[in-house]
Write a protein that binds this ligand. Structure first.
Ligand SMILES: [Zn+2]
Ligand SMILES: [Zn+2]
Length: 414
């Protein structure tokens, strides 16, 4: 479900409401576009009805929000679950273990330097929280089957703070007014907290092409912006907009849409996978190995857009196994029918071993070795593939990758 965030326009101050997954703010009043850049996950607070006089006595308790897919590779196969949850990140009894439906029902405010009060430290580490999320959703392989690999492909990872106040010897949830724990009991927890950390401040970045100064194109949930003037593609890196090596495979006259895949080249030495030929052999594909496949570095082709997990696995597997059919790629040029990139590279990277597992025709040769496998020599590019319009589906003619149109629409708002 979508979480809405209040975000005043940094140029004109106009009141804008964004989706929590939006990275690009296009102001309806002044028309100016800004990219939102944060050092780490975005941070929000639930709105509490608090008297101005006591605002700086607020204590903010951290929750981790994870929205995405958990994939599990176990003895019994590959399972997956779409998860959207908040989990308490401060281990104090009395705090609600999760925020439930509250983030969806309310409009969140982004934390900024003006936020009064003190912030409790997220002291339960994110991996521990994610592990718990997997357990809650029965993705722990606990039914007696062996767990080989678990991957979290996130669409959103953020912190949401619940405001608390000390009232009448109690710590009170300001949103509901419920008392949570007596101050005497809470005294053994580090309730001092710290003020707003300037590092948390979201920065706004002009969406001008760093190469030619032209205005970049993209919609709110778009993670890659393109320049139609100099035909380049950009995403947010640590130091601002960074250029992506971007290619396109020109389609025929029937091409209706271009969908992008992250092409991630990697070696998995412990599984003896260096070349595409190695991959085809290790996963036991029922095809004759071509000689030139031994020279071709192994690449994993991961959909660069949100998709239902089942379709994500299938599209990734088909594109990866059939990558030898993609020749004749060119430097990317901007076309009006390029579907937006909504899955960032860092998340696609988490999918490598899952797509490897999905490609295995004999799981016993692959699954048990996933846990210890390291990926090395990683390099990546973004490749737009042409798809044709076949009634209810988009079809990639060279590889047979089929993506149902309604699923692609659904994925956008997933
Ligand atoms: Zn504005
Ligand atoms: Zn440009």
């Amino acid at each position: 479900m979508d979480i809405r965030v209040e975000q005043p326009c940094p140029q004109c101050g106009g009141a804008v409401t964004l989706s929590a997954s939006d990275r690009l703010l296009t102001c309806p009043y002044c028309g100016i576009k800004n990219f939102l850049q944060a050092d780490g996950p975005f941070r929000y607070s639930l709105p509490g009805n608090v008297d101005a006089a006591v605002q700086d006595q607020l204590l903010h308790a951290p929750y981790l929000r994870f929205k995405g897919t958990v994939f599990l590779v176990s003895e019994t196969g590959i399972s997956h679950r779409v998860v959207d949850t908040t989990q308490a990140g401060f281990p104090m009894p009395g705090l609600p273990p999760s925020l439930g439906m509250r983030p969806q029902a309310m409009r969140l405010a982004r934390l900024s330097a003006g936020n009064p009060g003190r912030f409790l430290r997220l002291s339960v580490k994110a991996p521990v929280i994610l592990e718990k999320v997997a357990r809650i959703h029965a993705l722990s392989g606990k039914d007696g089957s062996r767990l080989y690999h678990r991957a979290y492909i996130g669409e959103e990872l953020s912190f949401i703070y619940l405001p608390l106040l000390r009232e009448d010897e109690m710590l009170v949830d300001v949103v509901t007014g419920d008392p949570l724990i007596t101050l005497a009991k809470a005294a053994s927890y580090p309730l001092k907290g710290s003020p707003f950390n300037p590092r948390w401040q979201v920065k706004f970045l002009a969406t001008l092409c760093p190469r030619c100064g032209w205005s970049l194109d993209g919609e709110g949930d778009c993670l890659v912006l393109t320049c139609s003037n100099c035909d380049t593609a950009w995403h947010l890196g640590r130091s601002g907009l960074e250029r992506i090596d971007c290619r396109i495979i020109p389609g025929g006259l029937d091409t209706a849409i271009y969908l992008a895949f992250w092409k991630i080249s990697a070696h998995l030495p412990s599984m003896k996978i260096w070349s595409f030929a190695d991959f085809m052999q290790q996963t036991n594909q029922p095809v004759v190995i071509h000689n030139d496949w031994r020279e071709r570095v192994m690449s994993f082709w991961i959909p660069a857009f949100k998709l239902q997990p089942r379709m994500f696995l299938k599209a990734g597997r088909q594109a990866t196994v059939n990558q030898w059919r993609f020749d004749g790629d060119q430097e990317m040029y901007v076309l009006p029918n390029q579907y937006p990139v909504t899955l960032p590279f860092n998340e696609a990277l988490q999918a490598i071993k899952v797509i490897l597992a999905a490609s295995a025709t004999s799981p016993e040769n692959i699954f048990p070795y996933l846990a210890g496998a390291q990926t090395e020599n990683i390099s990546y590019s973004l490749v737009y593939l042409p798809f044709e319009d076949r009634k209810h589906d988009w079809v990639q003619p060279r590889t047979g990758v089929v993506i149902a149109k309604n699923i692609l629409r659904l994925g956008r708002s997933l």
